[in-house]
Design a binder for this molecule. Structure first.
Ligand SMILES: [Zn+2]
Length: 171
């Protein structure tokens, strides 16, 4: 993640942990796949599913309307990541009033042109859906990628980035 500083990563991770503690009482008792509706409820956010006129859009966020929009044509795993990304904007970026998340923008962090807020919202999403301790615990139980994806409710792409970020597999 060339476009994001260690401090921005730390803030994203700390905030994700706070969100889990706030929503479920303790990060230690969170069940997976993470109940994103519970998180949205906690912060008064409504999740709306539908399709976008612009086919390249995966999701959107509207702070004034306290709403997250997600493309129901995409895989459930992707929809979950999108929701977590938009919750990231809600929690991290008070200056962000609206957001449009473009499909191709997810996880393209090598291009250097990616706005920091977007990369940070993705980092938050990964930390929220796959908290470090739970990942390390599950990695000891199984290293079967399919099983881990099912357990966390994430795509293979999101899981493999998280495994690399946590140095559980080589970069
Ligand atoms: Zn965004």
């Amino acid at each position: 993640m060339a476009t994001m500083t260690d401090e921005q990563k730390r803030v994203a991770e700390t905030t994700a942990t706070e969100v889990l503690n706030d929503t479920f009482g303790s990060i230690d008792i969170v069940e997976f796949p993470l109940d994103l509706s519970a998180v949205a409820d906690k912060y008064g956010l409504t999740i709306k599913t539908g399709t976008f006129e612009d086919q390249t859009v995966s999701g959107a966020y509207d702070r004034a309307g306290a709403a997250i929009f997600v493309d129901s044509d995409e895989s459930l795993e992707r929809q979950r990541f999108t929701i977590a990304h938009e919750i990231g904007h809600d929690r991290l970026h008070k200056d962000v009033k609206t957001d449009l998340l473009y499909r191709k923008a997810i996880w393209q962090f090598a291009d250097g042109t990616h706005p920091k807020n977007e990369t940070q919202a993705n980092w938050f999403a990964a930390c929220l859906l796959m908290p470090e301790e739970a990942m390390r615990r599950m990695w000891k139980v199984t290293q079967d990628i399919e099983q881990l994806c099912t357990f966390f409710g994430v795509s293979k792409t999101a899981l493999s980035y998280r495994l690399k970020d946590l140095d559980l597999v080589g970069k």
